[in-house]
Design a protein around this ligand. Sequence first.
Ligand code: NAP
Length: 297
Amino acid sequence: MAAILDGKACAAAYKANIAAEVQQILARGGRKPHLAAILVGNNGASETYIASKVKTCGEIGFESTLIRFPESVTEAELLETIQKINKQAEVDGLLVQLPLPAHINEHTVTLAIDPEKDVDGFHPGSLGRMMLGLPGFLPATPKGIMMLLEHYGIKTSGMEAVVIGRSHIVGSPMSVLLSRNTEPGNCTVSLCHSKTRNLEAHTRQADLVVAALGKPEFLKADMVKPGAVVIDVGITKISDTSSPKGYKIVGDVAFEEVAQKASWITPVPGGVGAMTIAALMQNTLEASLRRQGLKQA
Ligand code: NAP
């Protein structure tokens, strides 16, 4: 039976450290780190993610500002607001919650964010720095997974790793981070996607599998090597009449059966989701330390 990579507990430990650093900043005469977030429309999942980011800011002593726009906002209006926040000296981090409505170009919006405030790590400058191994903001979900592996002392060096899903925000950067010359890292990585032939042949060879495709319970026990480390990024809401809420959150891994075979596994919820927020907060803290001249870029 696999041991649990407890994202909730790990995130709590990181958040306690961040909260302690905030107290030190204040004691040195600095100000609270400040995260600004822009939310467009009323997408239920986005509302939930933003609410938990704002709540976490309060818990760890950050300032936060939430700017909401209706679905009908124009790209020009959104860009104008981003430019305004870019210039606000007291704001350290700025994120625009994705996805955006179809009439707004996500790349244009991402590019408009000041790279020094790009705490989601989606700006091409941040992604380029990641490719080169230079210091910068790493995308929050892959960064959170690396923090989780490090926290549990999982030695990934030399592992065969398979990442399923190649999105710009999760799968692709995850494959880069796992292949970098770092610990955790130093994996030999295969990046699989919807056109991959015989995906099972890849996953059965893998010492580490990261499932990030958004297909509930896709990864079954017969697709996993005994003793593999399994990371489940998926979050899908499915209806569940037995739950008081009427729904449950399901990952991309068939948890019960895969847990019988894996050595380590992340649960959903309480795994990668919690770490994503902790990583975002870590990025915001670093942005603030640099902005306040308390840390070198
Ligand atoms: P996405 O942009 O929809 O990308 C999905 C990827 O999976 C694509 O690369 C797609 O391949 C691939 N894929 C789809 N079906 C496949 C199949 N049958 N076999 C192999 N590959 C397949 O998704 P995303 O934004 O990366 O999110 C993935 C999941 O993670 C979602 O459930 C999302 O809600 C969740 N998520 C969780 C967190 C967190 O904090 N836990 C953060 C972000 C996202 P193609 O490129 O060929 O289309």
